[in-house]
Design a protein around this ligand. Structure first.
Ligand SMILES: NC(=O)c1ccc[n+]([C@@H]2O[C@H](COP(=O)([O-])OP(=O)(O)OC[C@H]3O[C@@H](n4cnc5c(N)ncnc54)[C@H](OP(=O)(O)O)[C@@H]3O)[C@@H](O)[C@H]2O)c1
Length: 337
């Protein structure tokens, strides 16, 4: 029997600079009632995404958040009431359910899944994270066997899958991360060929040493100073995949842009291409089938960083922006019945 109340995290105040847990407030409100055609979902697992900070900053692919808004988030839920013929009580769904215990939502905003693996996998390798890595590396970066692939935020959600796919595809894989401990984990546990720490004063030198033939594909999750450094190490004809700009989200004064654009692009015949995952929506099913095969044959593994309890969502996002996560961060809220 669902509870009559709903706890939800709202935006208390928009950040001017660094995000802090005080920018959110936990409110207890009445449990929402689904309208005709809607369903009521109990939230089970919440994805914590770096993009959540960008939504607090400006209009992106979604309208910028305002004080008072419920914090949105991709999540897994279970239908506990249904006023729709499209979904039944008990169905497991994914969609934008937010940082809360219950969401009333139309089925058009949900995807029904039939889980055959731990639910958390549908937020990591078999979710947005895995698909972003798969299409970004293979379709946008066109990484080929024998090439050197560098990925930033390599120990994070997207980056750790990018590295595993590149390694599987026969590339030399170099991860950029924010600590020597993460670097050791990438090489010792995840099979990366090398790792470099972007906080190392000799970062530029270390990157060049790790990529003696230059960088053929750079999967950029962070932009800023890291992008500027990698630009200088690109091999002629190299491809830069612009996936995200984490270094620019949690600040009131984003960089004007890396030096070397367009100069180095011209000099080295580089290409730089951004993408948003939904561009590939028509091919998600193929991507998910392939990723599931790779999970089965052990060539990639899910790396999941789970925080227990809805209370921990703000701390999860603030920490992610500071690099406290290893792999895909998510919050476990409840189990299905
Ligand atoms: N294009 C798309 O459709 C799409 C879809 C999904 C995600 N994305 C993007 O993918 C990127 C990764 O997102 P995610 O959710 O997977 O997060 P994540 O990589 O799990 O976590 C973010 C990581 O960024 C690193 N970081 C933070 N500040 C940094 C800085 N100033 N310089 C360098 N690294 C910094 C931290 O790692 P270290 O401790 O190692 O520094 C942190 O762990 C984001 O930019 C996101 O917007 C794009």
């Amino acid at each position: 029997m669902p509870k009559l109340t709903n706890r939800r995290w709202c935006v208390a105040e928009l950040p001017d600079d660094r995000l802090d847990v005080s920018h959110f407030s936990l409110r207890t409100v009445a449990r929402p009632k689904p309208d005709d055609g809607q369903v009521l979902c109990r939230v089970l697992w919440i994805s914590i995404d770096a993009a959540g900070r960008a939504w607090l900053q400006a209009d992106t692919y979604r309208r910028a958040l305002q004080a008072g808004d419920t914090m949105p988030a991709f999540a897994i839920g279970q239908v506990v009431e249904s006023n729709s013929e499209e979904l039944a009580v008990g169905d497991i769904v994914t969609g934008d359910l937010g940082w809360q215990e219950y969401a009333a939502i139309a089925p058009s905003g949900l995807e029904r899944i039939v889980p055959v693996r731990p639910l958390s996998n549908y937020l990591s390798v078999l979710g947005i994270t895995g698909l972003t890595a798969y299409f970004g590396l293979r379709e946008v970066g066109e990484a080929r066997s024998g090439e050197t692939v560098v990925v930033s935020a390599a120990a994070g959600a997207t980056g750790s899958v990018v590295g595993q796919i590149a390694r599987r595809d026969g590339c030399r894989v170099v991860g950029i991360c924010g600590s020597d401990e993460k670097g050791a984990w990438l090489t010792d546990e995840m099979g990366f060929d090398a790792a470099v720490n972007h906080r190392d004063p000799d970062f530029r030198k270390a990157l060049r040493a790790a990529c003696p033939d230059g960088v053929h594909v750079y999967f950029d999750n962070v932009a800023g100073a890291t992008l500027e450094t990698v630009l200088g190490a690109m091999a002629p004809g190299g491809r830069i995949v612009c996936c995200g700009v984490v270094s620019q989200y949690d600040t009131g004064t984003p960089d004007a842009g890396p030096r070397g654009v367009p100069g180095l692009l011209i000099l080295k015949s580089l290409s730089m291409r951004g993408f948003l995952l939904p561009t590939f929506a028509a091919r998600y099913a193929d991507g998910l089938d392939t990723l599931a095969d790779w999970l089965d044959d052990g060539s990639i593994k899910p790396v999941e960083d789970v925080l227990e309890g809805l209370e921990r969502a703000p701390e999860g996002l603030v920490g992610l922006l500071n690099g406290s996560n290893l792999g895909k961060r998510m919050v476990h809220v409840a189990d299905p019945v």
